[in-house]
Design a protein. Sequence first.
Lengths: 230, 230
Amino acid sequence: MLFRQLIDAQTSTYTYLLADLSTRDAVLIDPVKGQVSLYLKLLEELELRLSHALDTHVHADHVTALGMLRDLTHCRTYIGHEGSVSCSDESLEEGMLIPFGSYGLRVRYTPGHTDDSHCFVLEGAPSKTVFTGDTLLIRGSGRTDFQNGSSSDLYNSLHNILLELDGDTQVYPGHDYQGMTVSSISEERHHNPRLQWSKEEFIRQMDSLELPNPKFIDIAVPANLQCGKS
Amino acid sequence: MLFRQLIDAQTSTYTYLLADLSTRDAVLIDPVKGQVSLYLKLLEELELRLSHALDTHVHADHVTALGMLRDLTHCRTYIGHEGSVSCSDESLEEGMLIPFGSYGLRVRYTPGHTDDSHCFVLEGAPSKTVFTGDTLLIRGSGRTDFQNGSSSDLYNSLHNILLELDGDTQVYPGHDYQGMTVSSISEERHHNPRLQWSKEEFIRQMDSLELPNPKFIDIAVPANLQCGKS
């Protein structure tokens, strides 16, 4: 299997390229509109065919490449239906499998950061891996104060879904602002401050963060509701 | 084995943490001074002991953490003697092995970007990996116009040392400005524009780049000649 973590430096967003090197089928997770030419060049150089492109949620901090990639490569695009994005080909649903060659991404519905947040668990590969979007960040978590976020739902998603994965599962998040690229479920269970709190404490802390809005929210959310094509 | 790629966003520098999870011995490659507190926290959380810290070369774009890490952790520090850095514990020499637990980094002398540039080939791990500093970048190479750089030497280092490695060797560079995190020898052999040129063409192209000096050169080089402690 080919695996590449790609970085959009402007928004500290991580995009993931995965591919089956036998069938050449590839998937992109959370692609960024400004990086489309880089993705297309890389797919061409690596002789891969983009089968699927998926967003973990409707992003508030960058514009998605889903619409452009669908137009340019004819890949299928996926996003959670809760976000009311009508332009993706298919809705992400709890438990569905998005296959690429002999591998697949198992979709888990993990609301909380937004009500359309999903995580993807890699299947068929020797190492255990989960792509957590903004649900679980390294030593942190997504915020819950816009886009139908819910601290209570996020607590449940973190504790009842992600922390139920094996401890040696590698955690690849949607962002990192400190320069970390990967963690593990076990590491986050022990060292993520937000995972040490009771549900009541988690809700209290998350609801009192008073963070400023993301820089690009007024551009990104409306654009992303059109798959980045507006 | 534990492997972590860490990013200093200000200078787009990649730092690498490697460790033997049985013995808990760890190595840092190209650590950045401004990130020392992050390294120390991570080492503590992962219950690792920093045995060695090494620089691929005297950097012109960021200040090394070697001196601080030696003071704080008593690790051994290494840098090429050609750079006239007198404060490191040991000089990197072609062919030497820097061990950590049952793994090791084999030192290759690869002058060209600077006259003290070295690459490190991972030994003892199932996957083949080389840390190329600024000698080989993803779809590029280090410049050769300061710090005793030499386009002719860089051509020889790239073609006679790095491209002699197996094609499936993973390439982890010292920087990337496009958001790529890893490549392979085979990929670079085919798709790195600078590796397609004859030696004469390479020298001609490299010697006509006329790049501006790195932002931090006037701070970084004198500081790094003191292991980042000036």
